[in-house]
Design a binder for this molecule. Structure first.
Ligand code: PLP
Length: 385
């Protein structure tokens, strides 16, 4: 059996090696390392793929969130609501910009922002909602957009984990994740669903005026060379990373599909296990089908009931199965973000999830032998304990 990895980037590279190597050599030959033709080409390719008017490439997914918030003109004291159960980058940039983060609980089944909790958190100071499409599936965007409209709030989608996912509205309209709010952001960190070979990120919007602002902010606030109209940052996607992404983007749908095939294998293997709750898909699509992109499985995260999750984690690691706890501490309890404003009773679900979740290996290169081994070891532990 091929060695198990949480993410197998090497095997994935081997399959596209000639294309990648050529793309890299082309950049070296042109020697246009910053803002070279590959960057413009990727921007256009991603706009087409997402069906969005403007893509603004930048240095990473954290910058993308920060720049999006700067572009919207959010100011000190403005409240920004986001999910308590996510990677810290989301709340980090809110805090860095001296905005006020307001964390809310999530839904136990989808791991995404809870709509009732969101409604409860809105105050006259609220300016924006940042739904995170966690683990590869969109938050309840229909409800979130409706609430945002009623209260005149910006919706900034943190799409770092769900690029390629579709969201189906109740009227049948289908939109790509990250293209529903005023602005969406993503990360091309190597392990993300569309990963480059270093750091990278992008911001997407249909709003021309906002796009124009963002283009300046990523480049030192310059709209004319050496004229600095606003305070900006230096955040660029370099040409080498863009060239890699140009090769990988046409494979993204196949990559998402390979992840779904692995997810289906896991679901099937665990279906009679009463102690394992497999990830649920949105109501609009109750199965993991080939034709539907409603879940792109950035992670395959199970919840265990009446099982010692930490012991299972260690048992799998000892068996040579990499697996991880995403996330072990809710953001409202992290030292950097804990705040007297928060009330434990408002975080019942995140407090419970951090005890129950376990993410199993999930990537584009998993084969049946590996999946059989992983699932048999999980079941072995659960039957013995
Ligand atoms: C990875 C990630 C980010 C940050 O992306 P970087 O490119 O690592 O800066 C932000 N939000 C979420 C939900 C992520 O998973």
């Amino acid at each position: 059996m091929k060695k198990l990895q949480m993410v197998d980037l090497h095997s994935q590279y081997q399959k596209i090696k000639p294309e990648i190597d050529k793309a890299l050599f082309d950049v070296l030959e042109t020697s246009a390392y910053i803002n070279g033709p590959a960057v413009k080409e990727f921007q256009t390719n991603l706009e087409t793929y997402l069906g969005v008017k403007h893509v603004i490439p930048c240095a990473n997914g954290t910058d993308a969130l920060q720049i999006a918030m700067m572009g919207l003109g959010l100011e000190q004291g403005d409240e920004v609501i986001t999910a308590d159960f996510t990677f810290a980058a989301t709340v980090e940039v809110i805090a860095l910009l001296k905005l006020t983060p307001v964390l809310v609980d999530v839904e136990a089944d989808t791991f995404n922002m809870d709509i009732e909790a969101l409604k409860k958190a809105i105050t006259p100071k609220t300016k924006a909602i940042v739904p995170v499409h966690l683990f590869g599936q969109c938050a309840n965007m229909e409800a979130i957009l409706k609430i945002a409209k009623a209260h005149n709030l910006y919706v900034i989608e943190d799409n770092a984990q769900a690029i390629g996912a579709d969201y189906t509205f109740s009227d049948g309209t289908v939109k790509k994740s990250g293209t529903m709010g005023i602005v969406g952001t993503t990360s091309f960190f190597p392990s993300k669903n569309l990963g480059c070979y270093g750091d990278g990120g992008a911001i997407f919007t249909d709003d021309d005026a906002l796009a124009n602002k963002l283009v300046g902010i990523v480049n030192h606030g310059m709209y004319t060379r050496y004229y600095h109209d606003v305070v900006g940052v230096n955040s660029r996607l370099d040409s080498i990373q863009a060239a890699i992404l140009n090769v990988k983007l046409p494979h993204l749908n196949n990559y998402c599909n390979a992840r779904r095939v692995a997810a289906r294998f896991y679901n099937e293997a665990f279906k009679n296990q009463k102690n394992i709750i497999t990830p649920s898909t949105l109501k609009t699509c109750n199965s993991i089908c080939d034709t539907c992109n409603c879940h792109v499985f950035h992670q395959y995260t199970i919840r265990v009931k009446d099982v010692d999750r930490n012991a299972l984690h260690q048992f799998l690691l000892d068996a040579g199965i990499p697996c991880a706890i995403y996330y072990p501490v809710p953001l409202h309890l992290q030292k950097a973000y804990a705040d007297k404003r928060y009330n434990e009773a408002d975080f019942k679900i995140t407090n419970q999830l951090v005890q129950e979740v376990l993410s199993l290996p999930m990537h584009t290169e998993l084969d049946n032998a590996q999946l059989t081994f992983i699932t048999s070891k999980v079941i072995e532990f659960i039957s013995k304990n």
